[in-house]
Design a protein around this ligand. Structure first.
Ligand code: DAH
Length: 340
């Protein structure tokens, strides 16, 4: 009887060796289930003599325990193996930080253009300063030789801050004064930034827009240098030789002053809707720093000369990308933003 039990046990253990999870359940039923082979022997015990009952009973119990332990061990072995395989196939790639394929963000075309423009000036030896958006009348007007009765000072043109002497700068030119108050020549700097005007928005105006100011001061600075710098800047920005012209103009803080027009890039100077038939588009103001401005910052205007310029960033963005309505740049329509 004992031999039969051992044989049965060995048979079960052998089956276990090659078993899968599901087979283990079947082996359990086959040997230990209600009608299982080992259970059947147990049932026969009652007909045996006491001594035999004891001996065979304990042999069966041993076999049962051994089989159960073997089945548990096999189960563990199989599940561990499955887990290991799963771990291998599910290696976590920590460089993939998102579970979903989110689109990458990017700079707005205005910021991008400011970067691009700044890089050109940096390559020409200019420093970059940012100035400040809240100014006093001194920096925005007075020191720039803009008299008290000048229309730009009117509240219809300028945002004054309530209950204070401060205002939102209407031009980055205000930064010229801070820079010259703080530093001695030589100065060669650009100031990109936001400016504010109290005016209605339309296709070519906005109450908030961006300018880049330029200021160069040293001994023997000439208008010719100003011309050369601006020509080079515009050629580089548009990646081509662009014809520009300097038209005499007037700014309070420069003398002589000029406005710069560039040949219309849309019609190549022939005249179209964008350049209003003239073939030219006005892009910036510039000139030689006015002696009164030097006086305000206590520079010796006999010793130093300087040039300054101020350009509207939006105007250049519109020309570069063929946009004919400025409002498009502020509406954050994704169909527009995604194009840049
Ligand atoms: N500040 C002027 C404006 O906002 C632009 C300008 C013109 C700046 C001539 C200058 C300059 O530095 O020399 O219209």
């Amino acid at each position: 009887m004992n031999n039969k039990i051992n044989e049965m046990l060995n048979e079960a253990l052998k089956k276990l060796q090659t078993a899968e999870l599901i087979d283990i359940e079947n082996i359990k039923v086959e040997y230990l289930g209600k009608k299982g082979k080992i259970t059947e022997i147990l049932k026969k015990l009652s007909s045996l003599a006491i001594e035999e009952k004891k001996e065979i009973g304990s042999c069966i119990n041993m076999a049962k325990i051994q089989l159960i332990q073997a089945m548990e061990a096999k189960k563990k072995e199989i599940t561990n193996k499955l887990l290991e395989e799963k771990m291998k196939s599910e290696k976590i790639d920590i460089s993939q930080s998102f579970a979903f394929n989110f689109p990458k963000g990017h700079y707005h075309v205005i910021s991008k253009t400011i970067e691009e423009m700044s890089d050109i000036f940096i390559s020409l030896g200019f420093d970059v300063s940012c100035g400040q958006e809240i100014e006093t009348e001194w920096y925005n007007f007075e020191a720039l030789n803009i008299p008290k009765d000048h229309p730009a000072r009117d509240t219809q043109d300028t945002f004054y801050l309530e209950n204070s002497q401060n205002l939102l700068r209407t031009q980055t030119s205000a930064a010229q004064i801070h820079i010259m108050e703080e530093q001695k020549p030589p100065i060669k700097v650009i100031v990109p930034g936001r400016v504010y005007r109290n005016e209605a928005t339309d296709s070519s105006h906005s109450a908030i827009f961006h300018q880049i100011e330029g200021l160069v001061v040293d001994e023997d600075i000439t208008f010719a240098q100003l011309k050369g710098t601006l020509q080079l800047f515009i050629n580089r920005l548009f990646n081509q030789e662009v014809t520009i012209r300097f038209r005499p103009s007037h700014f309070q803080f420069t003398e002589p002053s000029a406005e710069v027009d560039m040949e219309c890039v849309f019609c190549r100077g022939k005249g179209c809707r964008i350049c209003k038939g003239s073939g030219w588009i006005e892009v910036l103001g510039c000139g030689m720093v006015h002696p009164n401005v030097f006086k305000a910052v206590k520079y010796d205007s006999e010793k130093y000369t300087g040039y300054a310029f101020g350009l509207g960033v939006e105007r250049f963005v519109m020309l570069k990308y063929g946009i004919d309505d400025m409002r498009v740049l502020y509406e954050n329509d994704l169909r527009v933003l995604r194009q840049f």
